[in-house]
Design a protein around this ligand. Structure first.
Ligand SMILES: *[C@@H]1O[C@H](CO)[C@@H](O)[C@H](O)[C@H]1NC(C)=O
Ligand SMILES: *[C@@H]1O[C@H](CO)[C@@H](O)[C@H](O)[C@H]1NC(C)=O
Length: 340
């Protein structure tokens, strides 16, 4: 990849946190944060991370898991989002949109299969700022949170975004699905809030124990945390690429966006993501205490080859067809939702 070297040279001085690929672990109707114990949960999720993932996750996930689909070998956390589907505008049937690895300029996907890229940033993409603003790892046991909501009917907050990939260019960040075909797929980003109330490992809405201080797109500086949520945690971000290219020919020009989230969300506003902490011991804290360590395990973490990560699997719990062509989404009733 000779052509990449000038780009890498430009990016080299960037040092501010962790960034690593995780392959797809499973695609099932399970959601231990929002619907613990529900077998099945309401809608299909795309899930990556450790093999302790199941419908009920209590106790020390990092101690219980024995493998992970993530590159950081001590990261047994689970990361998930709703799954994207294509709804054929002609006959109304659904097909799951394949997930492909993010192909970042820095480091590539390193052999990941599907999956998503995870970031834990300390301040922004170019500075860690940890002397002024130390970062506390999530509590080692039971910490969880969500961002966004399938029920959202207005524009989501900054940080929940779509980009239309054309000819390897991601284009502008948008708050809703792209209005026309993207030859390289749809890129989605989920930025979680980074300020914690210092007390609760979860909250009834899975969000109010956290607070977002970021008010512009991308990876901007994270302003100081407020008194209500005084503890600075790592800023967690997921990036996912949905390979919509094979559906382009089935989307007649000028007709509305045919992509829906797995809860039949025809509006892009319902995009959401879930996080379940599962780093082993103090491994994440060790990484967050290191300055200038972008994308290398921060000199404190063990990495594994993605060929090893790809061998980590969990059993299928919900035995149902999720891929397509399906007349009804898994868990869904056949009905039309009006665009929000
Ligand atoms: C999830 O895993 C835990 C730990 O192995 C186990 O105790 C629990 O019964 C499992 N839950 C389900 C719903 O399978
Ligand atoms: C709907 O359209 C898709 C795409 O052309 C096709 O593969 C599928 O078989 C069709 N399903 C039905 C029920 O007609």
């Amino acid at each position: 990849m000779k052509s990449l070297s000038p780009v890498l040279a430009l990016i080299a001085p960037v040092y501010a946190g962790l960034r690593f690929p995780c392959s797809t672990l499973t695609i099932q109707r399970l959601d231990p944060v929002v619907e613990p114990g529900s077998i099945p949960a309401a809608h299909v999720h795309h899930i990556v991370g450790g093999n302790a993932f199941n419908a009920t996750m209590e106790g020390d996930v990092g101690a219980r898991a024995t493998c992970t689909t993530c590159q950081m070998a001590d990261d047994f956390s689970n990361y998930w989002t709703a799954h994207l589907y294509f709804k054929d505008p002609t006959n109304g049937t659904y097909h799951r949109v394949p997930v492909i690895p993010v192909q970042p300029l820095l480091g590539g996907s390193q052999g990941a299969q599907g999956g998503l890229t995870v970031y834990y940033t300390q301040f922004d993409l170019s500075r860690d700022n940890i002397k002024k603003q130390p970062v506390k790892s999530f509590q080692p046991v039971r910490f969880r949170m969500t961002v966004g909501s399938p029920a959202a009917t207005s524009e989501p907050r900054i940080g929940l975004r779509y980009q239309c990939i054309n000819d390897n260019n991601r284009g502008a960040e948008m708050s809703d699905f792209p209005p026309k075909t993207c030859n390289g797929g749809i890129f989605t980003t989920h930025h979680f809030p980074a300020c914690w109330d210092g007390k609760n490992l979860d909250s009834p809405d899975h969000q109010s124990h956290m607070f977002n201080t970021v008010n512009s797109d991308g990876f901007p500086n994270a302003p100081a945390c407020p008194a209500s949520h005084p503890v600075r945690m790592p800023q967690v971000t997921y990036e996912t690429v949905w390979d919509t290219s094979k559906f382009n020919a089935l989307w007649p020009a000028g007709t509305p966006n045919p992509y829906v989230w797995s809860f039949e969300g025809t509006s892009g506003y319902g995009t959401h993501a879930d996080y379940m902490f599962g780093w082993k011991g103090d491994s994440l804290q060790r990484a967050m205490d290191k300055s200038e360590c972008f994308y290398d395990g921060c000199g404190a973490l063990n990495k594994q080859a993605m060929s090893v990560a790809n061998k980590c699997t969990i059993p299928e719990t919900i035995h149902e067809e999720t891929e397509g062509w399906l007349s009804v989404l898994p868990g869904g009733a056949k009905h039309e939702h009006s665009k929000q």
